[in-house]
Design a protein around this ligand. Structure first.
Ligand code: AMP
Length: 499
């Protein structure tokens, strides 16, 4: 395993190096804010403790670590990474070696969703704060403490969108999409912003793929979006997923359940954490989302929403289950799943992956028949879901290749061949052949090394001698076999051999 060495996070102290670490095998335990944290087999007396992680960081005086022989060699070559300006905590770069996965997921989502009759919509990243405080609900974690809200130069309160459903509903109302067809099937892909405590699978800027159906009350729509979701997740290659569903009741039956919950948790209030004490007053359903052990113990005996839902909600839920079964989907009933946003009514669902650790939900969704009224006064039902991109990407099959490899690496030896290579590579690019060139015309060995590193499938070698003969050498980088090919009609010959 190779490590890249990182400077210590600001404010953290580097302790003197103790050479006992050298030569010992270290294990990459985790990464915190881009800092690799290594664990040792035994206890160390000179550790720097990371606040966000219980394992120690053993580091060198200059702030670089770890002190394995291999890492030290690497360190010498790098001579210390520049500290410079870093990305905001919880905001991530998606680097070129990862982007292939993202593009693959987005492309598959577009194909699948459009096949199910959905159209893409692009909505702004900034919205009036009121959209979310009214739509998502004042008493939710998102609105209470997670929104990036600021006042602009004209004094308007604006918020970086923490989710997309409310914005999509706003766009549907604002542009009166219902006048064209009351049923709208929309999807959008983009970043969301929540000021949460960053950890693996939870970030402050994260991407979601959202799909929503507006204007259909029929439970068939609930089942249809779930079927589409599961089909999509399987198509991108996810396995070992579990679909969990629940019904949260509606405006008729939920208030009674809420009251029961309030009574129940009041009797257990000594067990509740500070946050849940507050939730007990503002929104007792939120207590179900709490991960604190004593709260979990209290939750175990709490009344179930399924015992309180009214006949209409029960009928709706029974139909959803029937339609899911008709589509051959298996599901688990999870009466404790309430979802984090206030606007959900009736059907709620999550897809969880047991590969993901504590942040195991890949997708969450549900029906929200009151959202439109909250934000615009019209009575329009809706159902949809949001998939977390980072979590989804982390589950993609490891063996699948997502990075586009060059078809061809053009290696030129000398000035004349380099010019010729430039002419050829331009033609190749215009013919949409992925080709790379070494601009410095270095030694053949170094160019072949680079071709290997880029995982080029073929290399075209142009030397003075070959050019004089009107020939070039085509090398298969996998089998290492080579052949001479004529320069006349080179583009056609290359296309037929390498594409
Ligand atoms: P929600 O909008 O809260 O229903 O979340 C829908 C999905 O978005 C979740 O199942 C996660 O996969 C993903 N998600 C939500 N919050 C975060 C976050 N802070 N960081 C990364 N992914 C998230």
């Amino acid at each position: 395993m190779t490590f890249s060495l990182s400077p210590l996070p600001a404010g953290r102290q580097a302790l003197p190096c103790d050479r006992r670490g050298e030569g010992r095998s270290l294990r990459l335990a985790t990464e915190v804010r881009g800092i690799s944290i290594l664990t040792f087999g035994s206890q160390w007396d000179k550790l720097v403790r990371s606040k966000s992680c219980s394992v120690g960081i053993y580091c060198r005086r200059d702030g670089y670590w770890p002190s394995t022989n291999r890492a030290l060699q690497f360190d010498k070559r790098r001579k210390g990474a520049p500290v410079g300006i870093k990305a905001v905590r919880g905001f991530n770069d998606v680097l070129p070696d990862e982007i292939g996965k993202w593009q693959y997921v987005e492309k598959t989502a577009r194909e699948v969703f459009e096949g199910f009759g959905f159209s893409e919509i692009r909505i702004p990243i900034l919205e009036p704060t009121e959209l979310f405080s009214r739509g998502i609900g004042e008493a939710t974690d998102i609105v209470e403490k997670e929104m990036y809200t600021f006042t602009d130069r004209s004094g308007n309160s604006l918020t970086l969108r923490p989710e997309a459903t409310a914005s999509m509903a706003r766009a549907y109302l604002e542009h009166q999409l219902y006048t064209f067809d009351p049923v709208a099937k929309l999807y959008c892909i983009g970043p969301m912003f929540r000021y949460e405590r960053p950890q693996k699978g939870r970030y402050r800027q994260f991407y979601q793929i959202d799909a929503e159906v507006f204007g259909v009350e029929n439970p068939m729509a609930d089942a249809e979006v779930i079927v589409m979701l599961i089909y999509f997740l399987k198509k991108v290659g996810l396995e070992k997923l579990e679909l969990q569903i629940n019904s949260l009741g509606d405006r008729v039956c939920r208030p009674r359940y809420r009251e029961e919950l309030k009574k129940f948790f009041t009797s257990k209030s000594f067990q509740l954490c500070e946050d849940c004490q507050r939730r007990l007053q503002t929104n007792p359903l939120r207590i179900f989302d709490c991960k604190v052990e004593t709260c979990q113990a209290a939750i175990a005996d709490a009344p179930k929403v399924s015992d309180f839902i009214c006949l209409e909600c029960q009928k709706h839920f029974d139909k959803v289950k029937e339609y899911l079964e008709m589509a051959g989907l298996t599901y688990i009933l999870n009466p404790r799943m309430v979802r984090g946003l206030d606007y959900y009514t009736r059907t709620a669902f999550e897809v969880v992956s047991y590969q993901l650790g504590s942040q195991n939900a890949v997708t969450g969704g549900g029906r929200y028949d009151n959202l439109f009224q909250e934000i615009g006064g019209l009575d329009i039902p809706g159902i949809g879901f949001a998939i977390g991109m980072e979590r989804l990407v982390s589950l993609l099959p490891k063996e699948k290749e997502f990075v586009l490899r060059p078809h061809l690496f053009v290696a030129a030896l000398g000035e004349g061949p380099l010019k010729e290579a430039y002419r050829i590579i331009n033609q190749l690019h215009l013919a949409e052949v992925r080709a790379e060139l070494d601009y410095e015309s270095k030694s053949l060995k170094s160019q072949m090394r680079r071709a290997d590193k880029l995982k080029a499938r073929y290399a075209l070698i142009l030397g003075e001698e070959e050019l004089k003969k009107g020939k070039a050498v085509l090398r298969n980088m996998e089998t290492k076999s080579q052949e001479e090919i004529p320069m006349a009609n080179l583009l056609e010959t290359l296309k037929s051999k390498i594409l």
